[in-house]
Design a protein around this ligand. Structure first.
Ligand SMILES: Cc1cc2nc3c(=O)[nH]c(=O)nc-3n(C[C@H](O)[C@H](O)[C@H](O)COP(=O)(O)OP(=O)(O)OC[C@H]3O[C@@H](n4cnc5c(N)ncnc54)[C@H](O)[C@@H]3O)c2cc1C
Length: 425
């Protein structure tokens, strides 16, 4: 659908035009329209920023605050650990958002939000004002649950690599330096956490590398959950058929602490390994917690699924991994991208006095590489339920792969290129 048709479909074009917001120039934000500030240039925030500009016909002034110089994708980052992709393959520039869409990028970190004054304080000391604020700060880790990880040097030595970037490369280097015959031990927190199938894909990638380069080495998965949380039968099949003798899966292993190179559990024996990968329990990005938006168990932000407006603060919308999810809704890049579009359309409706769409529908596909080529997927469709005021999976929608195969590997890479383009170009 062409952009103008989509704007008309949303019923926004006439209102936006009659208010005189049309900048007509995508190179810079006009500065005359309503001001929306987006915090976090990841999958949720960058998508919301781009679509707010496009669907307002470049009439809404959008500022995106993000500390990183470039966008580094968590999806496909496990393949960097496996050795078949590089950091360059998962890194994109923010240029498209600025040059093509006129998003004003501010490379900074938001330190404080004042919901009454509708202002943000940045680490640089600058202040930004907003009419509506969109927060997509991803996740942060609950280090207080693992006291040993707060000792000096521990977080540099025992990596999570659960935010793609320098730790992804550092963990790959630890695997390369590990002697053949060594053990890689990975801990998985209780769900919900970012990307349910991600740890199991990671185990496959590390095992794939060991099979080629260090065949006497082992991968031990220590999962706090009762069983594999996503695509269980497909992962277990891959472990049995491709990585027998390499991958060992131990459920019901909730990590209680880390001491040097030893993982400690309340109800199980310690595990010592040459390379540890601790994926800690997580919650909403710190800025959301600090602003008092994490109302669900002091961890996740509750929102109205029609608009993504926070249940704790007016004019602030939260999306992506930071939200308290609806049943069976994964914390995924695909989902954050869908949140970004739904939120952009709702914010534009609210800015123009319209009613937001009353029946949002999202879909999700999560691909997982079980080798450098073969892939499995799980897909679902989620629809708003007005009675329950939440998103429910559409009965009979979605599904899972029958078996891992190379054709799905090509679909997975096409999915990645499409979502990078949809988010940033
Ligand atoms: C190993 C791994 C593999 C994955 N694979 C897949 C996959 O195959 N498919 C899939 O759909 N999902 C996958 N995911 C999940 C996906 O990466 C996340 O669900 C997605 O990134 C969530 O988007 P988000 O916008 O909420 O957060 P993010 O993409 O993490 O973006 C948050 C942004 O906010 C910024 N930020 C935080 N605080 C502030 C602040 N105070 N001021 C300014 N900026 C701030 C951060 O710098 C960051 O850029 C994977 C995740 C991992 C870890």
């Amino acid at each position: 659908m062409k952009r103008r048709n989509l704007v008309q479909g949303l019923g926004l074009a006439a209102t936006v035009g009659s208010l005189g917001w049309l900048g007509g120039c995508a190179s810079i934000a006009s500065g005359k329209g309503p001001k929306v500030v987006v915090v976090g240039g990841g999958y949720g925030g960058a998508t919301a920023a781009k679509y707010l500009r496009m669907w307002s016909d470049y009439g809404v002034d959008v500022t995106l605050v993000e500390p990183q110089a470039s966008f580094v994708s968590c999806p496909i980052s496990n393949l960097v650990l496996g050795g078949s992709k590089s950091m360059a393959d998962i890194t994109s520039r923010y240029d498209g958002l600025v040059r093509r869409h006129g998003v004003r990028m501010v490379r900074d970190t938001v330190e404080q939000i004042d919901p009454q004054r509708r202002t943000l304080k940045l680490a640089s000391g600058a202040e930004l004002a907003y009419d509506r604020l969109i927060l997509s700060p991803g996740i942060d880790f609950m280090w207080d649950k693992l006291p040993g990880m707060n000792k000096p040097g521990m977080q540099e030595q025992v990596l999570h690599a659960w935010k793609a970037g320098p730790q992804t490369l550092a963990l790959r280097q630890q695997l390369e330096s590990m002697p053949d015959g060594g053990v890689f031990a990975m801990s998985i927190p209780q769900a919900p956490y970012r990307c349910p199938p991600g740890p199991y894909e990671r185990a496959c990638q590390v095992a794939h590398y060991f099979k080629q380069a260090k065949p006497r080495s082992k991968v031990i998965i220590l999962d706090a959950n009762d069983d594999v949380t996503s695509k269980g039968p497909l992962f277990k099949k891959a472990w049995a058929e491709r990585y027998a003798g390499i991958i060992e899966y131990r459920p019901k292993h909730e990590l209680s602490d880390v001491d040097g190179r030893v993982l400690k559990f309340e109800f199980a024996d310690d595990v010592k390994a040459e390379v540890l990968n601790v994926i800690p329990p997580m919650r909403s990005g710190s800025i959301a917690v600090k602003t008092g938006l994490a109302t669900a168990n002091a961890r996740w932000c509750e929102v109205d699924f029609l608009t993504f407006e926070s249940k704790a603060a007016r004019n602030i919308h939260v999306l992506g991994d930071s939200i308290q999810i609806a049943p069976l809704m994964p914390k995924s890049a695909h989902m954050a991208n869908q949140h970004g579009k739904t939120c952009a359309a709702a914010v534009l409706a609210l800015l123009t006095g319209k009613e937001p769409n009353r029946l949002p529908i999202y879909n999700n596909t999560c691909y997982s590489f079980v080798s450098d080529e073969d892939v499995v997927h799980v897909a679902s469709v989620h629809r708003y339920d007005a009675d329950k005021k939440t998103m429910l999976t559409v009965p009979g929608s979605g599904g899972v792969s029958v078996a891992a195969n190379e054709l799905e590997g090509r679909y997975a890479m096409a999915w990645a290129r499409n979502i990078w383009s949809d988010t940033l170009s």
